[in-house]
Design a protein around this ligand. Sequence first.
Ligand SMILES: [Zn+2]
Ligand SMILES: [Zn+2]
Length: 138
Amino acid sequence: MNLSNCPQCGKVYVTNHYKLCANCLRDIEDQYRKCVDYLRQNRRCNLNELSEGTGVSIRMIIRFIREGRISTKDAPNVQTPCESCGEPIRDGTLCVGCRSKLSRDVQHMHEDTRRKEGLDMNEFGNTYMKDRSKFDKR
Ligand SMILES: [Zn+2]
Ligand SMILES: [Zn+2]
């Protein structure tokens, strides 16, 4: 049995798949149901209206969308902010601009890693040589 602190309320609970204690889990279920109900009646609302109408925080709604529990197909006007620049987007976590920037960054990162690996190899070589001279003296 694994115990940990609930990230939501800080109480100790038995670790589960959701990484939340039973209380918070129920709380989130309630919030989720409120959102679904509200969307059924106000299909054209946007993220702010949904949050105001349900009392559920925007962060939580975004989480539901990210988890795929609320589909933006059911809420055509609900857009989530790009995780990088905050630009409202329909799907995913990043806008088109940030996505292409990210793939460029990843490419650079790979290049950096390669360069660093090369450096590490040199360092290893030097250490090896130093150690050897130490051994040679003995
Ligand atoms: Zn909790
Ligand atoms: Zn962006």
